[in-house]
Design a protein around this ligand. Structure first.
Ligand code: GYE
Length: 328
């Protein structure tokens, strides 16, 4: 009975959301009684990637006819935890969330587990010894992304005949999985190559405005001649850095090598124009696979625990003329 009441409450809330009254985005389920309800805690809207990811989730939920109770936490972990708690009290069928940072989730995930609600972690990961705290993870292999960035740089160093390259790194949100692993993977690839030195790392929090700030600071400190390569953990920060370089009369892509991650359209265009040298792909299109997992769970099927989408790398050495529009 309690379950039925909560489901009714959840559906009522979805209806309110649909009217824009409950401070969250929602799609009304196809058939009110039977539709599955997915509670989705999105971490923010910091980048083109994130906005594309939100759209991917909304569109996929609609295609599958699931109700999507979505809350955008605007970069605040406490808001994500509160959203997950509300999904638990509404007894949604499945909780999906993209954790802004890796730690601090044990309590709320234990509560979800006690309530018997499966949890799919999407995009970023959590740090835990207990993999019973979540049902499945789907997201990029960030370590491999970092390695691809490093491998490109080694190839570029060969092509330049460079003896030594000073790299500055503009990193993503501290303590987040993509930040940690894009850094570690890059170092795995370039470590031991005496030509490459990472001279400084600054956090740009995955934001374009902070990418600009970081670049201004780095240029002031090292001058254009002191920096050979910028490795930036996402396109937004890269685009911010690019603006600052161009405003200072420096040619990004030529005077300074720019390496980025994501593959949003604006950055791919800059790559084609020779203003960025390499973009490691990270796909935000995870919605369809997430909803397929939700469907499988609702049928009581087993789903794989770890799921990585296939990703590639786009560089100045590739023919990009046939590249399909990125859609975000
Ligand atoms: O690369 C960045 C976004 O977690 C993979 O977060 C995601 C990252 C993405 O803000 O643009």
């Amino acid at each position: 009975m309690r379950h039925v009441m909560s489901r009714l409450l959840a559906l009522a809330l979805l209806a309110l959301c649909a009217l824009g009254l409950a401070g969250c985005a929602a799609k009304a389920p196809g058939t009110a009684q039977s539709a599955l309800v997915v509670g989705f805690s999105q971490l923010g809207s910091e980048s083109g990637w994130r906005i594309g990811n939100t759209a991917s989730m909304e569109q996929a939920a609609e295609r599958w006819g699931f109700g999507l109770m979505m809350d955008n936490a605007n970069q605040r972990q406490d808001k994500q935890i509160a959203a997950i708690r509300s999904f638990i009290s509404y007894q949604v069928d499945v909780i999906v969330f993209s954790p802004i940072v890796e730690t601090g989730w044990t309590n709320v995930l234990t509560e979800a587990k006690k309530a018997g609600i499966p949890v799919i972690i999407m995009d970023r990961m959590i740090e835990t010894d207990d993999d019973g705290l979540y049902t499945a993870y789907i997201g990029a292999d960030f370590l491999a992304e970092g390695r691809r960035a490093g491998e490109y740089l080694l190839k570029k160093a060969d092509a330049m005949g460079a003896e030594h390259l000073n790299v500055v790194e503009i990193t993503g949100t501290e303590e987040s999985t993509p930040m940690r692993e894009r850094q570690a993977g890059f170092m795995q690839a370039v470590d031991g190559d005496v030509r490459i030195s990472v001279i400084e790392r600054v956090s740009g929090d995955f934001l374009r405005s902070k990418g600009e700030e970081c670049m201004r600071y780095l240029l002031k400190k090292y001058g254009a001649d002191g920096i050979d390569v910028v490795y930036s953990h996402n396109d937004e920060m890269t685009l911010g850095a690019l603006d600052v370089l161009e405003a200072a009369g420096i040619n990004p892509g030529k005077d300074i090598v720019l390496i980025s991650v994501d593959g949003q359209q604006e950055a791919v265009d800059a790559l084609k124009e020779g203003r960025i040298n390499c973009i490691v792909e990270c796909t935000p299109d995870l919605g369809e696979n997430v909803m397929r997992m939700v469907d499988a769970l609702s049928r009581g099927e087993e789903i794989p625990k770890q799921n990585h989408p296939e990703e590639t790398v786009f560089t100045e050495f590739d023919d990009l003329s046939g590249l399909a529009p990125r859609g975000y």
